[in-house]
Design a protein around this ligand. Structure first.
Ligand code: DC
Length: 439
């Protein structure tokens, strides 16, 4: 399924542009603001005040909203009532903005939005589509326009409908809403790192649609190029499958690998597989355990050794220049993840032979990777006696539940957040250490 995310403040033209693009591409258009507005309308109707967060939370489970498509148009329902027009008033706009800042409201609406994107080609507009709802969207656009030009458009729009409102009060209301939407703690309005910014202040509607269309076409074309490049990878993968299917079982048996939690493997989408690190052989333990192919960073020097070089690259390793700065390796890793691959990483940054992993430091690198890639993380504990590998010694590979990107609660990135995220990953790895052992 293809997902296109359009985020930005109110009045930047998101819905008009998204609707026009959806029509052209034959995708469905999902207006997520309308969902928040519907929850807002419900709260307004039951008489909860905008200051009463507890009241909003208390009434939330009773909101029976539904999204339906009639003649290609999204309609919002509260129970059996079509409220699509009733949610378009200034007071409901305010309610929507207020309820959308309540974390439990966002959590309540999360799955509905994700499901729509899983099951359809969608263009979704909102505030957190590129960052939270569709972190792996094929195209992300962040649409902005100055508050003044948005106020100007709004006044004209309403005048066409025969409603006369003042420019100054409209501008003030827009500023107030911007402030609330970007200043809040949960899902504040901000562009995803990989979003293309489009400022429509100086563009009219047709020009804005044309500009957005160009971005979408360019991005989708670039993706197609990647798809072709992927085909070239097929040979490498063929060899990989052959090794894993025919040689794998023998090696697995000799290495005495025992796998726990195989059913927890996240088999699709970008994934960082993170394990504790005792020996080089950890790489084999993981490769022979996971159903999907894992990619690894490997020392550049290894690629100079004939045969070994072919073998490890066929098995999914890619080179990193250790001494030099590793910008290239980071970029390569991010591009693999962007292509939906799974990359193996060791949060400790290096091997610790004979040392209890609970007593080793954790590097922040994994945290940074998660933040920049928006990938989910699958923690794995590799258990060997005394933390020392012997080829014939039993190795338990314990797979834990994936950690969703959202769980990390990143706000603006930065060293502290990366460290916290890396620690969270490592804690989840350590939490697996006694799985399957007798108490
Ligand atoms: O786009 P809109 O004006 O219809 O959105 C109504 C409110 O909902 C707006 O104040 C911000 C909020 N919203 C949100 O927080 N997240 C979204 N994905 C969409 C809207």
């Amino acid at each position: 399924m293809i997902g296109i995310a359009i985020d930005g403040p109110s009045g930047a033209g998101k819905s008009t542009i998204a609707r026009a693009l959806a029509k052209e591409l034959g995708y469905i258009y999902v207006d997520t603001g309308a969902i928040y507005r519907t929850v807002g309308l419900y709260m307004y109707r039951v008489g909860v005040s905008t200051e009463d967060t507890a009241g909003i939370e208390k009434n939330l489970p009773d909101v029976r909203f539904a999204l339906r498509y009639e003649n290609g148009e999204q309609k919002m329902y509260l129970g059996d009532e079509d409220v699509s027009d009733k949610i378009r008033t200034p007071i409901i706009a305010k309610y929507a903005s207020v309820v959308s800042a309540v974390p439990s409201v966002r959590a309540f609406l999360l799955e509905t939005q994700k499901k729509l994107a899983r099951e359809n080609n969608v263009i979704m507009d909102g505030r957190d589509i590129g960052t939270v709802i569709l972190p792996h969207a094929d195209v992300k656009i962040f649409l902005t326009a100055s508050a003044e030009s948005r106020a100007d458009r709004r006044v004209k729009q309403l005048a066409e409908k025969g409603e006369i409102v003042g420019y100054e009060e409209t501008l003030a209301a827009i500023r107030e809403r911007d402030e609330r939407d970007s200043g809040r703690d949960v899902a504040p309005l901000k562009p995803a790192e990989d979003a293309v910014l489009l400022d429509t202040s100086a563009l009219n509607l047709e020009e804005s649609v044309a500009a957005a269309k160009r971005i979408v076409e360019d991005r989708l074309a670039a993706k197609k190029v990647q798809h072709t490049a992927k085909k070239k990878d097929k040979n490498r993968r063929g060899f990989y499958r052959w090794v894993v299917n025919y040689i794998g079982p023998i090696v697995r048996c000799c290495m005495r690998l025992h796998v726990y939690g195989a059913e927890k493997e996240q088999t699709e989408g970008p994934l960082l597989v993170c394990a504790n690190h005792t020996a080089m052989l950890d790489v084999f333990s993981l490769t022979l355990t996971f159903k999907r192919q894992l990619r690894y960073l490997a020392k550049k020097e290894l690629f100079k050794i004939p045969l070994l070089s072919q073998l490890i690259s066929a098995l999914g390793a890619y080179a990193v220049d250790r001494g030099a700065n590793d910008v290239g390796a980071i970029k390569k890793t991010l591009s693999l993840l962007a292509d939906g691959e799974a990359v193996g990483m060791f949060p400790q940054g290096t091997r610790y032979r004979g040392v209890d992993p609970a007593k080793t430091p954790v590097k922040s690198g994994v945290g940074m990777m998660v933040y920049r890639s928006h990938a989910d993380v699958q923690p794995v504990f590799i258990r060997v006696k005394n933390y020392k590998y012997r080829f014939l010694r039993r190795k338990d590979v314990i797979i834990g539940d994936p950690i969703r990107y959202e769980e990390f609660g990143f706000t603006n990135g930065g060293k502290e957040e990366y460290e916290r995220a890396a620690q969270l990953v490592f804690d989840r790895i350590l939490a697996l250490r006694n799985e399957g052992l007798d108490p």
